[in-house]
Design a protein around this ligand. Structure first.
Ligand code: PLP
Length: 215
C-alpha cells in the first residue's frame, strides 16, 4: 500500500490557508510517513503512545507530532518531551498531569480540549459543564496552553446530523474567542472533512484518504 500523493496535493490545495492538515498515521509504517514527509507534510497524528514513541525516534525531528488518541494519565510522561499538540484532552485529571509533567520539563505544552458532540455515540469528550469547569481552572495550570477544541462527529451517512454537530462545536468554540491562545478548531476526518470545513474547522485530521483504508 502506497501513499496517495495525488490526494495529498489535492487536499493541500483545497485547504490552502484555511485549515491545517494533520496526516493521521496510526498503524502506518515509518516509510509511509516518510513518503508524505518528502512531499512536504509536517503535521502527523498518532493514537497510541508506544507506537508514537517508536516512530518519533526513527523519523525526522521537524515533524510536528499530534497526539489524537485517548491519552491515559500514566502515559503522559512518555510523550511530553516532544509532543507538539495533545488533542483530545478530555478530563481535568489528564490536564493536570500534562501540566505537572510539562513543568518538570520546563516547557509549556499545547493542548486541545475534546468536546463530546456526537449525539448518537458515546465517544470520549467533555460535556459543556466539564469544559466550563476546566476553563475556569486553566490559569492555575501554567504548564499547558489550551489552544482550542477538538471534536468527532457521529459516524453516520446523515450529513445534516454531522453538520449540526460540527456547528455546535463551532458555537462552543466561539464562546472563548476573547482568549488570545484559543485559535484551533480541530474537526473533520476523511469522511466528513468537507462538512467540517464548511462549519468552520481550521484543522482536519485525515488518515485513510492519504494512506488508504486501515485493515
Ligand atoms: C483515526 C482518526 C482520524 C482519521 O480517520 P480517517 O477516517 O482515516 O481519516 C481522525 N481523528 C481521530 C481522532 C482518529 O482517531
Amino acid at each position: 500500500m502506497g501513499v496517495n500523493s495525488q490526494a495529498w496535493h489535492a487536499l493541500q490545495k483545497e485547504l490552502s490557508e484555511s485549515a491545517v492538515l494533520v496526516a493521521v498515521s496510526k498503524i502506518r509504517q515509518p516509510e509511509e510517513i516518510l513518503a508524505l514527509y518528502n512531499l512536504g507534510q509536517r503535521d502527523f497524528g498518532e493514537n497510541y503512545v508506544q507506537e508514537l514513541v517508536d516512530k518519533q525516534s526513527k523519523l525526522p525531528d521537524d515533524i510536528r507530532w499530534h497526539f489524537i488518541g485517548h491519552l491515559q494519565s500514566n502515559k503522559v510522561k512518555q510523550i511530553i518531551s516532544f509532543a507538539y499538540l495533545i488533542q483530545g484532552v478530555d478530563s481535568l485529571k489528564l490536564l493536570k498531569e500534562i501540566n505537572k509533567q510539562a513543568a518538570k520539563m520546563g516547557r509549556t505544552v499545547n493542548v486541545l480540549l475534546q468536546v463530546h458532540i456526537a449525539v448518537e455515540e458515546s465517544k470520549f469528550g467533555l460535556d459543556e459543564g466539564e469544559l466550563t469547569e476546566i476553563m475556569q481552572q486553566k490559569d492555575a495550570l501554567p504548564g499547558v496552553k489550551i489552544c482550542g477544541l477538538m471534536g468527532m462527529a457521529s459516524n453516520t451517512d446523515d450529513t445534516e446530523k454531522v453538520r449540526l454537530e460540527f456547528r455546535k462545536l463551532h458555537e462552543v468554540f466561539n464562546g472563548y474567542q476573547e482568549l488570545p491562545d484559543f485559535r484551533i478548531l480541530s474537526m473533520g476526518m476523511s469522511g466528513d472533512y468537507a462538512l467540517a470545513l464548511e462549519e468552520g474547522s481550521n484543522m482536519v485530521r485525515i488518515g485513510s484518504l492519504l494512506f488508504g483504508r486501515r485493515n
